[in-house]
Design a protein around this ligand. Structure first.
Ligand code: UD1
Ligand code: BG6
Length: 694
């Protein structure tokens, strides 16, 4: 779970300062993916010498280290390849030694940065040790560097791609990796299997075409015409439950980087685990697919695969991404999390844009249209997710059950896999993930694909693994979420899934009135978010007054508000490190009530719904034990009119949407609790944004 960034310039003169700044800047954009150590490798002053810097801590520390070592920043390079990495330790503690890039030998003949886990590294290490290699780190990655050198030494006239293919063939597990070598100056190999890698391209001239052909081991790439014929054939033959045919996303041939006379042009390439580190340099990006091996050399980009008939497309599109740099910067906010909380009035609108038509009482999810009637006929819908995304599934379970009358289950991906839960061809499995890369969710997706179920993704990151592997899905369009604690992705997932339930129930006459009520509720949500965000200052003060120096906090909710309590408790735990437990109010009397006294801080969600009187029972039970809960309730609720009651008042909406509003004060509470403790909100200890390990 790490961030990779690479920069290659070809016939574009750059000084070392520019190259180092570009790499360091790229790493700082990726810090949310891992931030316990960072490193980079660039060319040294002399030919065939690599200059590597590695440091424990954040990217700023690496920058300091580089400044202290005073490299010649004015040295210029007409062509150059630099690679860098920010780490979140899995194999071996954060240390200079364990941090990437890793090297094949003391001369850095091969330098490697890697994201993911090589599961057979012990076997490879044992083998390479018998060949005389001495390992210096505790990482799994080092074996890739040593293996590359071992294979190169067998055949020193080997081509870089042939070598990379031979290396990749030996690796088991997950990886996104970059290889730089003194034997192949100014070139980089980028390979992916299970970990995302994006390549940004910047050229001064317009690219001739916006595609790159895929080349195969056996007999090279198919001609363009044949490739498009294949696409057409696949299209007509594809049944709805056949493996997803993403080739339909692609168009025709490449030759993007050559001039009219076939000569390579000056070009710069930016490689990254995430487009957010690329957009400030170029909007032209290409997403590598699993098992792709990209070779960047002499201003060209070639994509290779080991086998031809693996069902993937023959071309990779160079797409234009519409991400603006300002979208990934903090702007006027102190933290990304704060910015993202305050972005919610816009992000939910973006989720609904072009999809919800309140005037005509219609919901259209383009990505599901073709599949909606199949889903209606399924025997059950299984939602699978982790963390916050799991809570958003819990939050919409009720509305799915009510509108579709299809049995619904909600599963934590890890537990679902542990149980090897039964899945059948007539199941619809929905994978909800902000990043679209979470290893547990991804493995559960593969498990369901193997069993022939229809798979649907609800993801934020376009081009992510879950988005690519599912049959169909919905992009929630919340924009990049950088803060580790997920906020706007939660509300956008919630809204996207409510729209999914509305689409599924479109054919049910008996549900029309209710559907319209929900659509009208959705149309007002953004404005109501704005109102709630005005509570920012009072909530900040409330946190200082009631929660300072507390050891524990209870959050009570019932029905649709139990998932809200779960999500609020997770937010508080993950960034303020205060123990916080979500309790289903109906369960209070069965045990947790023993904890309640006049000292324990309690927050109770008591907005009005059809089980309000039952929720009030729990409130009375708490009051009777001397508890003084803070209440989240609707405006001017007579039940809580006493001046003694501490309350956070929120607007009222349709019951099944109320959780969208109620979660926002909890997000703000978690934020201000963490800030009050002087904690780094965007980088909570032990956690990372994108958990690509099991
Ligand atoms: C798409 C375009 C959007 C454009 C709109 C116009 C993309 C990413 N979106 O949005 O820019 O404005 O058409 O009609 O190009 N998918 C999955 N799994 C997932 C998520 C999505 O397979 O987890 C698939 C969908 O089935 C669909 C495609 O990806 O085929 C795009 O999904 P989505 O962005 O949600 O579709 P639209 O809202 O139609
Ligand atoms: C991690 C994050 O654990 O993954 C959580 O720290 C997140 O915030 C969880 O909810 C699931 O991530 P995703 O990307 O699958 O929604």
């Amino acid at each position: 779970m790490c961030g990779i960034f690479g920069y290659i310039n070809y016939l574009v003169e750059r000084d070392r300062k520019f190259i180092l700044d570009t790499l360091l800047n790229g790493l700082s954009r990726l810090e949310y993916r891992g931030y316990d150590s960072a490193g980079l490798a660039v060319d040294g002053d002399k030919k065939n010498v690599v200059c590597a810097f590695k440091e424990v801590g954040k990217v700023a520390k690496l920058k300091e280290l580089i400044e202290e070592s005073k490299p010649d920043l004015t040295k210029t390079f007409e062509s150059h390849a630099g690679i860098s990495h920010t780490r979140w330790a899995t194999h071996g503690t954060p240390s200079r030694l364990n941090c990437h890039p890793h090297r094949s030998d003391v001369n850095w003949e091969f330098s490697i940065v890697h994201n993911g886990i090589i599961t057979n590294y012990k076997e490879l290490k044992a083998l390479l040790e018998t060949k005389g290699f001495r390992f210096e780190t505790e990482t799994d990655t080092e074996c890739i560097a040593k293996l590359t050198k071992y294979l190169y030494d067998q055949q020193p006239d080997i081509d870089f791609t042939v070598l990379a293919k031979a290396v990749v063939k030996e690796l088991e597990g997950a990886f996104g990796l970059l290889i730089k070598s003194v034997h192949f100056p100014h070139e980089v190999i980028a390979a992916r299997k299970g970990s995302p890698l994006v390549i940004g391209v910047r050229t001064s001239r317009k690219m001739k075409v916006d595609f790159v052909d895929v080349e195969y081991s056996e007999d090279g790439a198919l001609p363009a015409e044949q490739a498009s014929q294949n696409v057409a054939m696949k299209k007509s033959a594809t049944g709805l439950l056949a493996p997803p045919d993403k080739s339909l996303l692609h168009r025709s041939q490449s030759r993007a980087f050559l001039s009219d006379d076939g000569v390579p042009q000056p070009a710069e390439f930016f490689l990254s685990s995430d487009p957010s580190a690329i957009v400030e340099h170029t909007k032209k990006v290409l997403y590598l697919e699993d098992d792709d091996i990209a070779h960047i050399h002499e201003g060209q980009l070639n994509i290779h695969r080991l086998t031809k008939d693996d069902g993937t497309s023959n071309v990779r599109a160079i797409q234009t991404i519409e991400l603006e740099l300002q979208e990934i910067m903090k702007g006027k906010f102190d933290h990304f999390m704060q910015k993202e909380i305050f972005e919610q009035p816009e992000s939910v609108v973006n989720t609904m844009r072009g999809r919800l038509d309140v005037a005509n009482k219609q919901v259209t999810l383009g990505g599901l249209r073709q599949y909606i009637s199949t889903i209606r006929r399924c025997r059950r819908i299984i939602f699978v997710a982790c963390g916050t995304s799991y809570h958003s599934c819990m939050a919409v379970r009720g509305v799915f059950e009510e509108l579709t009358e299809i049995p619904i289950s909600v599963e934590l991906a890890s537990d679902f896999l542990d149980r090897q839960a039964p899945v059948f061809r007539d199941d619809t499995c929905v994978f909800v993930s902000q990043s679209g890369e979470t290893a547990d969710s991804l493995m559960a997706l593969r498990y369901c694909l193997e069993r022939g179920a229809l798979t649907v993704g609800v993801v934020n990151v376009v081009g992510s693994s879950i988005s690519l592997l599912t049959h169909c899905g919905v992009h929630i369009n919340a924009g990049p979420e950088i803060g580790v604690a997920s906020t706007k992705a939660y509300t956008s997932q919630f809204v996207a899934m409510v729209m999914f339930a509305l689409s599924l129930s479109e054919d049910r006459a008996s549900k029309q009135k209710r559907r319209e009520e929900i659509m009208e509720g959705l149309a007002k949500i953004s404005e109501q978010f704005r109102e709630i965000l005005k509570l920012n200052d009072p909530i900040k003060q409330m946190c200082a007054k009631f929660f300072k120096n507390q050891k524990s906090l209870l959050l009570l909710g019932r029905g649709g508000q139990f998932p809200t309590a779960l999500e609020g408790a997770l937010k508080i735990k993950e960034i303020s490190y205060l123990h916080c437990e979500a309790v289903m109010s109906g369960e209070l009397k069965h045990g947790v009530l023993a904890l309640v006294d006049e000292n324990l801080p309690i927050i109770m969600i008591l907005t009005r719904d059809n089980i309000f009187t039952k929720s009030l029972n729990a409130y009375q039970q708490v009051i009777a034990r001397g508890g003084r809960p803070i209440v989240i309730c609707n405006y001017d609720d007579p039940e809580f009119s006493s001046a003694q009651t501490e309350k956070i008042e929120v607007p009222k909406t349709v019951d099944c949407l109320q959780g969208l509003l109620n979660v926002i004060p909890l997000q703000l509470i978690s934020y201000w609790l963490a800030v009050g403790e002087g904690l780094n909100v965007d980088f909570p200890r032990n956690l990372a944004k994108s958990v690509t390990v099991e």
